[in-house]
Design a protein around this ligand. Structure first.
Ligand SMILES: NC(=O)c1ccc[n+]([C@@H]2O[C@H](COP(=O)([O-])OP(=O)(O)OC[C@H]3O[C@@H](n4cnc5c(N)ncnc54)[C@H](O)[C@@H]3O)[C@@H](O)[C@H]2O)c1
Length: 252
């Protein structure tokens, strides 16, 4: 899978899934820009040290993905290092876990702002750079609930991830002519340390494991391996795809 020499921006790059993507892409020769909130600086620095120890190249760019001025600064900063934007991975996301009857309008708008607004701004500010350099790729992290009305997931989160799915397709169809592709990934519940602990709750385990035809949760490596393929030269004809990484959760 060839990503050697590519310059890849990952929002939420210091977080659970983003950091595993960063490590794998760097290991395969990509230069990584970790875009994350200023509070994530410490974990980003540790991640960069790990990547550099393996001979890779990575930088931290503090950003609140919902702020236009931050995106302008980050795009300029990447350019000032003499780097292109070959791939943007819009991966930052939050989940205010409240059912539709309990969530406030303010909380709804916060979710929309981070999960959809952040993706919109990332696309808005990187597309002109990609067009100028002759092409590029955007990968948006959606979820299984960007494909189905997943009954265990809060509705507001589902609404944001559904928006990401269709924004992806709209960008793919409009900007393909500029050699700019856009795909989305759709993980089911990922086996992070937090979730691993919650699996001790029999109801949680029954709900989350019981829905997966393959009988296990997704791992961060499952997600990162898929991103590595999508970011590689070998995936160059894939555009507008919504790729489930879910062991079959969305099949029924
Ligand atoms: N973990 C799962 O089970 C799962 C399943 C499906 C989809 N997803 C999606 O995968 C993505 C990554 O999730 P994760 O599990 O790694 O979560 P995480 O909480 O570990 O990481 C999210 C990262 O996003 C950053 N972030 C939050 N708000 C931001 C903002 N405004 N600007 C910039 N960065 C911001 C956080 O600092 C954090 O580093 C999210 O979009 C999430 O919705 C996760």
């Amino acid at each position: 899978m060839n990503v050697k020499g590519k310059s890849i921006l990952i929002t939420g790059g210091a977080g659970g899934l983003g950091s595993v993507m960063a490590k794998l892409l760097a290991k395969n020769g990509a230069t990584i820009f970790i875009l994350d909130l200023p509070v994530a600086e410490k974990s980003a620095s540790e991640l960069i040290a790990e990547i550099e120890k393996e001979g890779g190249e990575a930088y931290f760019e503090p950003i609140d993905g919902t702020k236009e001025e931050d995106w302008k600064r980050v795009v300029e900063s990447v350019g000032s290092k003499g780097k292109k934007i070959d791939v943007l991975i819009n991966n930052a996301g939050i989940n205010i876990r409240k059912p539709v009857e309990e969530i406030s309008m303010e909380e709804w708008m916060t979710m929309m702002s981070v999960n959809v607004g952040g993706v919109f701004l990332g696309i808005k500010y990187t597309i002109p750079v990609m067009r100028k350099q002759g092409g590029g790729l955007i990968i948006n992290t959606s979820s299984v609930c960007g494909l189905i009305g997943h009954k265990f997931t809060p509705e507001a989160y589902t609404a944001t991830k559904g928006a990401v799915t269709m924004l992806t397709k709209a960008i793919a169809s409009r900007y393909g002519k500029d050699n700019i592709r856009c795909n989305s990934i759709h993980p089911s519940t990922v086996d992070t340390p937090l979730v691993h602990e919650r699996l001790k709750d029999p109801q949680f385990a029954q709900e989350r494991l019981g829905e997966v035809p393959l009988g296990r949760l997704a791992t961060a490596d499952d997600v990162a391996n898929t991103v590595l393929f999508l970011a590689s030269d070998e995936a160059s004809f894939i555009n507008g795809a919504a790729v489930p990484i879910d062991g079959g959760v969305t099949c029924y």
